[in-house]
Design a protein around this ligand. Structure first.
Ligand SMILES: [Zn+2]
Length: 173
């Protein structure tokens, strides 16, 4: 995952004039608006898709992040969806890019959202079907059992929430 979800232009996409913040007619929230042509620049959360790959022995894959934000912490493979992808195909692509790992049989684990930083994190449990190795944006990979999860060294709130759900699921609760 790279780039900040809230990076945006301060200039109108339609006419190039500088945007200003105002509450458009009929709205309740301040938006970036163009006073010149009336264009409203809505900023929406961006979907992120990822997998937690599980091996035949029950261990699951985590990556140590090689990029900001939260460089050096552990996370499951994931990243922003591209146009033209499903959430499943984006999750599998990110897993291949970051861990050189093929996955199959994706099952939805959960959807994790918070008001900030404006992302919707869609997480699948997946079957690992190849060997893994260090890929893009990653400095280390590891296969963890539930009692080995580095809880104090996880990247995001969504990482903690998804792994909590995974542990519960693996325990059959
Ligand atoms: Zn404009």
């Amino acid at each position: 995952m790279s780039g900040h979800p809230h990076s945006f232009s301060r200039y109108c996409m339609q006419c190039g004039q500088r945007l200003t913040t105002a509450i458009p007619e009929g709205d309740r929230k301040r938006r970036l608006v163009c006073l010149d042509c009336g264009f409203i620049h809505y900023i929406n959360p961006r979907p992120v898709a990822g997998t937690i790959p599980v091996r035949a022995d029950g261990r699951f894959l985590l990556l140590r992040r090689g990029i900001q934000p939260r460089i050096g912490t552990w996370v499951f493979p994931g990243g922003y969806m591209d146009v033209g992808e499903t959430a499943e195909s984006a999750a599998a692509r990110e897993t291949l890019e970051e861990a050189n790992l093929e996955v199959a049989n994706l099952e939805l684990l959960g959807v994790y959202t918070r008001p900030e930083p404006g992302v919707v994190v869609i997480v699948y449990v997946a079957e690992a079907t190849s060997e893994a190795s260090v890929g893009e944006e990653t400095t280390e990979i590891g296969w963890f059992a539930p009692h080995e999860i580095p809880w104090d060294d996880l990247a995001f709130d969504s990482t903690t929430a998804a792994l909590t759900d995974l542990v519960r699921r693996l325990a059959g609760q």
